[in-house]
Design a protein around this ligand. Structure first.
Ligand code: GDP
Ligand code: MG
Length: 168
């Protein structure tokens, strides 16, 4: 199994930390900033029966970008080229403009590509708060999976990778 995965989310939610944690677990090859047509390979994760190519999708996460019609279309096209979208949020309650843009795009994408929502930094909240967050995100009806993780403490990361496999 193999496929293309993108991790999107506003700055500081923990995207780089997650990639570092995954790299720390097992890594066969790293392709630094190789260019594909639209996307940038950030790294390749390989197990004996599974390979995931993680991509950066430019334009989507620019906080200055107000996401006009043209950008929305381009971002949508980019996101429909990957096999799985991973959207990362953290446990803070108020989403920023980047989150609003991403949610708008995912809505426009209309379930064309599977979306895994990662709720990161669960080491910072209590269970009741996490359950409330999960409930809020479920109600949006945009996500195929909602996985709570702590990228920092390597909690839930293996489950995320196992879940990825089921979509490839
Ligand atoms: P990025 O901008 O999305 O790539 O975010 P980073 O990976 O750079 O992380 C931003 C900050 O959040 C750093 O200080 C990380 O140490 C911290 N962070 C990332 N993951 C976790 C986590 O699971 N728990 C906690 N408590 N902090 C985290
Ligand atoms: Mg980063």
């Amino acid at each position: 199994k193999s496929g293309f995965i993108t991790i999107i989310g506003r700055p500081n939610v923990g995207k780089s930390t997650l990639l570092n944690t995954v790299v720390g677990q097992k890594i066969a090859g790293v392709s630094d900033k190789a260019q594909t047509t639209r996307n940038k390979i950030t790294f390749i994760y390989t197990e004996s029966d599974f390979q995931a190519v993680f991509l950066d999708t430019p334009g989507i996460q620019d906080p200055k970008n107000k996401l006009g019609d043209y950008m929305l279309k381009t971002s949508k096209d980019t996101l429909s080229e990957v096999d799985v979208i991973t959207y990362m949020v953290d446990t803070s309650k108020s989403p920023g403009r980047v989150d609003k843009n991403i949610l708008k795009m995912l809505t426009a994408l209309n379930h064309k590509t599977p979306v895994i929502l990662l709720i990161n930094k669960i080491d910072t909240i209590v269970k009741e708060e996490l359950l409330a967050l999960i409930e809020n995100y479920s109600a949006m009806d945009l996500f195929d999976e909602i996985i709570p993780i702590s990228a920092l403490e390597n909690d839930g990361v293996a489950h995320y990778l196992d879940t990825l496999k089921t979509y490839l």
